[in-house]
Design a binder for this molecule. Structure first.
Ligand SMILES: [Zn+2]
Length: 237
């Protein structure tokens, strides 16, 4: 016997049916019995959002379905004359959190830094404000150390030493570019405020830390991109 599908949408393209409703409320965190839907929206030809209501807490939540099969209309004149799209339940729909784009050279040279920045930005957007700053502080440390290590040829011993150093010592001891050095220093002060029990820079906040980290990234990107051009065109032709 064929699985029972419930039609949730009927539009120009045909009938769109789902295989089951969610049986778990993300708010109550318990199994629930849902036998109806509130609204359905076709995202593209292969996925569907269905809003359902929890019978316990009455909250609405959105579930995601992917298209499993497409059945052509019955041409005999007796059966269904529309296309029938069948969708499989995937789970709760998660909003996609868009993150900032960083300069190409930063993505290429420091992918780990960009990963940490993206996670930190997501934490901020999810309102996890007590930990987002620590993420930016970590991204700054990775950026400074990887930048210093990649800037000029260094011995393995030197590289190991840099990796183990305090961020402030790396900035003061190894960064020559004054813009990068001064901005990174200030970013590290605010980064420490985000990680330590007591805040020293009371008048500054997470947004200032993010602004300083982004400015540091801009100067690193400018320096490295400029260097690439100068190296690729050493002299006048
Ligand atoms: Zn509920």
């Amino acid at each position: 016997m064929d699985k029972q599908y419930t039609s949730v949408l009927n539009n120009n393209s045909g009938v769109h049916s789902i295989d089951k409703y969610s049986d778990f409320c993300p708010y109550c965190q318990v199994n629930v019995h849902i036998d109806n839907y509130e609204s359905a929206s076709l995202l593209d030809n292969s996925s569907l959002h269905v809003a359902v209501k929890c019978p316990k807490c009455k909250k609405l939540f959105v579930t995601l379905y992917n298209e499993a099969s497409k059945q052509a209309p019955d041409r005999t004149g007796y059966g269904n004359r529309q296309f029938h799209f069948k969708y499989h339940f995937v789970g709760d729909a998660q909003p996609e959190i868009k993150t900032k784009e960083y300069p190409e050279i930063i993505n290429k040279k420091f992918p780990k830094v960009v990963d940490i920045l993206n996670e930190s930005e997501k934490a901020k957007k999810l309102n996890l404000l007590k930990i987002a700053g620590m993420g930016y502080r970590k991204a700054l440390e990775f950026l400074m150390k990887e930048y210093v290590i990649s800037c000029s040829p260094r011995s393995d011993t030197d590289i190991e030493k840099i990796k183990e150093m305090f961020l402030s010592n790396v900035i003061s001891g190894y960064i020559e570019n004054a813009n990068i050095k001064e901005l990174a220093r200030r970013a590290s002060w605010l980064g420490n405020d985000e990680s330590h029990y007591e805040r020293i820079w009371q008048e500054k906040d997470l947004n200032d830390l993010i602004a300083l980290v982004n400015l540091t990234i801009s100067y690193v990107s400018m320096e490295l991109t400029g260097k690439q051009y100068i190296e690729s065109m050493p002299d006048k032709k």
